[in-house]
Each structure stands twice: as C-alpha cells, then as structure tokens.
Design a protein. Structure first.
Length: 348
C-alpha cells in the first residue's frame, strides 16, 4: 500500500515526465493535483488511500484521463480551461467534484494508451526478424493490444526523415519519427496472420471505447489525437478486433495453433509492467518451451518495447529461436521514445 507521501511524489514525478514528453499542460495539471493532494482536497481521499503502488499503477495518469474524458464529453467550464491551456486550483477542485463518479471509474483500471506511433519503434524489430528468417512470413501475436492499433503496423507507412518504409499513398496512416544510428535491414515482412489480446480490450467501432482511448492522449498534443483517431478509423474499417483474455492464456492458445511455415512473433509495447509477476513467468516459460520445438520453417521471435536501463526511453529487445539457436538469442536492438518520436538504433 502506498502512503500519501509516496503518492504525492509519484504525481510530482509524472508531471515532470509529461513535460519531458512534450505535454506542458498535463504537467501543470498534475502540479496542481500535487498541491491539492497535499492540502487534503475533498476529492483526494480515494487517491491518498490507494492500496496499490501509485507509480506502477500510473495513478496520476488515471486522474488526467478522467479529466480529459470530461472535456471530450462536453464539460464547457473544463473545456475552456483546456482550450486556453490554463487551469487554477479552484478549476481543478470544481471539475473533480463535478466528475467524482467519472474519477472513481477511471481509478478502477489502468490507463490504455494505445498509440500507433509505437509501431515506428517496433518496425525495426520486425525488419530484423524478416532478415534473420528470409523467405518466411510472420504470424504475429500482440499482448496488451488495447484497441489493436499496433496490430496493423505492416499497413502503415513510415517516414524517418533520412529513409522511408511502406507506400504512403496507399497507407491508412503515415508515421513520422526521427531515426538515429545505422539503418535497420531493408526487408519487406509479410504478415499472414495477426491476433491480439487485452484484459480490457477496446473496440475501434465503439464510440464509448474511442472516447476512453482518446482521453488518455494528453490534451495539448493534437498531433497524437489526430494520429490515434486515424488509426481507430482504419481499425474500424479493417474490422480489427482484440480478444478479451489474459496474456498467458491467449499466448498458449496461439502457440498451439502455430503455422508450420511462418515465424511466430510475440510482441508488446509498454505493457509488461502491468502484467502480474506470475503471469510474466508463465509467458516466459511458454516461449522457452516453444523455442525448443522450432524448425527451420517455423522459427520463434519475441519482440518487446519496454522500460529497461535506458534513462531517456524504452528498450527494443529481440529474442529469436531458430533451428540453429533453439536456446534463443537475445539482442538489444535500440532505444525508442515512449511516444515513438525518435528511435536510436544500436545494432550494427
């Protein structure tokens, strides 16, 4: 259980992260929340009495998401503050009092920030897999897929300033990012099957689910809001659906239906911290066991974009099991911005 001091510190740190990631308004919003939490505001009790780990549970982002949801649903007073990028302690207290039920709802579950921009980091890993397994298509499996916006990574176009991937004219979305370091392999992965799961999946065709997902996009980042909206539109048109399931159960079923002529790729991005320790252990055991059964025509890959030792972003790591390496070979490919704004490729 977190104590009030650690909870307030978690909010303060999240405010700094928001500023570092290009959202000064959300930083200011959380600064005010810190002040009001310390003062014991009327709305603060459920937060100050939080029984989990406020930092790991992203408690500050749950509060920010609830407030943005109120704006998206038409609260005129709060919307005016957001439009002006100015909010006072009185504005905050009043909004959280008006929307106490919404705050309680958002405190019940972790944030869902399914930004397709993370595909701009993941792409290098998929290209690496395709190069290591020439002539084989990919059977992809994403856990923590939320609304499935990164399930369509192969349909997007990419512009890294110095190089491009995909056909921008035909793609439903072009992702722009900055690339540093050597270029990844020039391969053209083909996806023959894709599937994703989430414990609380969102449906791109549902107006309510779309509002929830957009609420976690920071309000002073209109480019992200537009990008996620475009990806949701594509997901609705393409009929992308995410299965409601726990990650380990879903992975076990997917591994049981592996294709004999494709690379099976498990991947995920900024989700591992939300998976319980016992389930993480089971996922690891499932992949290790499957790795011992690979063949030359059915290798296995595990691509993850998750926090590691890098201080300025999350790490892109690949473990590959092939007919020659059934024990699995793990490589750190690079580091990426949490919102996919830049990639620093480190593999030669």
């Amino acid at each position: 259980m977190s104590d009030p001091t650690s909870i307030i510190l978690a909010f303060r740190d999240q405010a700094e992260y928001c500023r570092a990631l290009g959202s000064p308004f959300t930083g200011t919003l959380l600064d005010l929340a810190v002040e009001r939490l310390a003062a014991g505001a009327a709305w603060a009790a459920p937060i100050l009495n939080w029984r989990g780990d406020a930092r790991a549970d992203a408690l500050a982002l749950r509060l920010a998401g609830a407030l943005h949801r109120a704006v998206l649903e038409g609260d005129p007073l709060l919307a005016a503050c957001y439009a002006a990028r100015q909010i006072t302690a009185e504005d905050l207290d009043a909004a959280l009092t008006r929307h106490g039920m919404l705050l309680a709802q958002y405190l019940q579950s972790p944030p869902q920030t399914n930004d397709p921009q993370r595909s701009a980091v993941l792409l290098g890993g998929f290209l690496q897999i395709a190069q290591a397994c020439p002539g084989l298509a990919l059977q992809t499996c994403e856990i923590g897929a939320s609304a499935g916006l990164n399930l369509s990574w192969d349909t997007y176009a990419y512009d890294y300033a110095g190089w491009q991937h995909g056909d921008a004219a035909a793609a439903p979305l072009t992702l722009h990012s900055r690339w540093g370091g050597p270029r990844p392999p020039e391969s053209r992965p083909q996806v023959v099957a894709r599937a994703g799961c989430d414990v609380a999946p969102l449906d791109a065709a549902s107006a309510t689910d779309r509002q929830r997902l957009l609420s976690y996009i920071w309000a002073d980042q209109p480019e992200r809001l537009q990008r996620v909206t475009q990806a949701l539109d594509h997901g609705e048109t393409a009929g992308i659906r995410v299965t409601r399931a726990h990650a380990a159960d879903f992975l076990a079923a997917q591994l049981d239906s592996r294709r004999p002529d494709a690379v099976f790729v498990l991947y995920h991005s900024i989700v591992w911290q939300y998976v319980a320790a016992a389930e993480r252990q089971r996922i690891t055991a499932l992949m290790q066991r499957a790795g011992k059964q690979v063949t030359a025509t059915a290798p296995l890959a595990w691509l993850r974009f998750e926090p590691g030792t890098a201080k300025d972003g999350a790490e892109l790591t690949l473990t590959l099991w092939t007919g020659e390496a059934r024990a699995g070979v793990t490589e750190k490919l690079g580091v990426g911005d949490y919102h996919g704004r830049w990639v620093r490729w480190e593999k030669d």
